[in-house]
Design a protein around this ligand. Sequence first.
Ligand SMILES: [Zn+2]
Length: 348
Amino acid sequence: MKIEDLKKEALQKLEKSASIADLENIEKEYLGKKGRIRELSLSLKDLDLEERKQAGIKLNNLSNSLKEKLELKRKMMKLMQIQEKEEKEFLDITIPSPKIKRGHIHPLSLARKELEDIFTHLGFSIVEGPEIEDEWHNFDALNFPLNHPAREMQDTFFIKQRKREELSQNEKLILRTHTSNVQTRYMEAHVPPIKIIVPGRVFRSEATDARHEVCFYQIEGLLVDENVSVANLKAVLESFLQEFFRNKEVKIRLRPSYFPFVEPGFEVDMSCLVCNQKGCSTCGKEGWIEILGAGMVHPNVFKNCGLNPKNVTGFAFGVSVDRLAMMKYKIDDIRWFHSGDLRFLKQF
Ligand SMILES: [Zn+2]
């Protein structure tokens, strides 16, 4: 009777079991080393031989059939688990994937690339130089006197150095304020004729506003040969601006100005493309827009670079890539360039 009761009880539990953990519990309870079947078989020793034999067979059968049933139910449960998982994690490989967003070339890179192409076609080579520069190449060699305002703390970033006051001009470091530093480096190392442009990043310690940034891009041009004249300078500048703005009507005018490294020096204006020189807010009703600084290389600069000013002449110019890009792409604030604003960048 006891065996029949045990069988009934075990099968009921198996029926009700709902998880693999339940099955493990049932297995332990009935089939384990200290399980109910083992317990019952130990109590058989008081029976006589024939009864013990019969009961032993029954218990053995119960144990085997319970094992089988448990195994079967375990398999079913595992199958159901897999099915459930498959339904939950169903992956539709035919759904189109989200589009990868395409990047854009930064407007400053676009402008620089275009300027480099134009000057390469005009026969100029592209040269680069250090952004951390010594005072000699950035100022002294370019004929900047020691008291020039550009050398004040508020205009230039100085690199902290130990015992700076004891260092020579060749050792005192600053962040270059123009790419003209490469003019002197290049002339020290090469013999004319020289025909180079120097694109690169420059730094000014000044308050930022719509037209000024602490860091911007410049292209320096330098042409040194025999008998170079202002007419040559004008021709190069005019054809480069006409090419850059894709407008053969672009005119330039030179106004006398002072830069320490040129003599004579000029501010160069170009005709306003917004109003065709009729006068508008962009050009302040003038019809002309100041675009760059230029001039004939100063004899002192030649001397500082080991060249004889009696034998060579040349012109130099410096133009802000940022300002050219602003005019070409009609950008009203220089601070957009470094803003990282994707709405701005996506337009290019
Ligand atoms: Zn205008």
